[in-house]
Design a protein around this ligand. Sequence first.
Ligand code: UDX
Ligand code: UDX
Length: 458
Amino acid sequence: MPFEKKILCIGAGYVGGPTMAVIAQKCPQHKVSVVDINPERISEWNSDDLPIYEPGLSEIVKEVRGRNLFFRTDIGEGIKEADIIFVSVNTPTKDYGVGAGKAADLQYWEQTARQIVEFSHSPKIIVEKSTVPVKTAQAMERIVRSESNDTKFDVLSNPEFLSEGTAVNDLQNPDRVLIGSMETESGLKARDTLVEIYANWVPRERIITTNIWSSELSKLAANAFLAQRVSSINSISALCEKTDADITEVATAIGMDSRVGDKFLNASVGFGGSCFQKDILNLVYLCRYYGLEEVADYWESVVRINQYQQERFIFKVLNAMFNTLSGKRICLFGFAFKANTGDTRESPAIFIAKKLLEENATIVITDPEALRNARADLEGVNSNIDYIEDPHEAARGCHAIAVMTEWDLYRSLDFKRIYDGMVKPAFIFDGRNILNHAELFEIGFNVFPIGKPAMTHF
Ligand code: UDX
Ligand code: UDX
């Protein structure tokens, strides 16, 4: 049976790959293709060893790959045949020129727009999936319409809210799907076409439609609100450490107010990930551009607190370990920016690792999924780094353990055995508050949680 619609996604990353796998799974009547400028990435998607680790993803890819999901390298051909084109290329923070360090770098995004124009000979709906500054869709419209090409293009904004580690479930059961469109007859028609795709598995009341600017801004604001919760609880954790308050007790008390809610109140060494910092800086840039200095300062402080939390962690380690780390071995439990992913982008572990190396410590990194990325992140930084997959092995001969990622497996390790193999006095800095601190203290460790009194034997 011929396919009803041809869907293409440009960008086979953490967003494009899983999103298209789930669309293909839920819409067997449509053909879904994924292309990428990086042919190696595409061949990884076509192998048994997918380029990203995401629970449940490889099962879905196996189910639909070759049926109605295709990872391809022929970008031009893909564009030619597509009815709907999702753009999911990366939009990192600019590191040059105007807006460096804050604005989004849209070069890949614009190149993609131009590529679409070049190969299009039939009407296309272009769907902006990448998080982009407000009004990017307008720029996209201008680029695609300015060419001599008289193909009809409609641009929609459909930001992705999936969270890494739970991406499959987030895509299959989203809290909401947001679709922004131009309020023209053709814009609304394009919007309805995309609504129909999602309605194959998402209840209608969860598919919300807005104007295109609201949609673009909602994505930036949603991430800013989430990050702001983490910075809020982290700022209170600093105060807890100065008093006898316990951040877990405080978070429980706050979170039981149904107006606040109990999610996203885990104090930590800091938030990471490819989105939070980038999107807030983007929001800050936008506010400054419009002369809203107070608003910009407010959101910028969320990033400042996140940086402060990581610096505080380093000071704590240094202070507890007699103000010198020189020649000491410190084991980092986890390097991914959160559990259940191998992704290390903006992971606090990168900053912590570099600071420890600056203090002439040797670091041992262990992580069940992120060692490959960790090696790439720290390439050329320093040679005093060991990568060991087994955490028991990794901690042997170390002076301290610092928990960077909340992997479940760290909760059930044999800490007595680990303690016996370490240099004394042995320290644990629990940057995620996931371990049983009383038990560790009993074993003999000096324990330093986040936002709770330290437990030491001195
Ligand atoms: C990225 C952005 O970080 C996020 O803000 C946005 O919402 C979606 O895109 P992610 O999928 O996590 O998210 O990025 P990444 O894993 O880096 O994937 C982007 C892919 O696009 C890469 O595989 C890259 O090779 C590809 N790409 C980039 C293209 O195919 N064409 C380009 O011109 C540039
Ligand atoms: C986030 C948004 O949740 C998602 O909707 C958006 O599409 C992309 O950005 P992601 O970055 O994948 O998703 O993970 P998320 O679960 O939001 O965690 C971000 C960071 O905050 C992680 O480093 C995490 O460890 C940290 N965090 C989260 C905390 O430190 N404490 C918390 O209570 C929650």
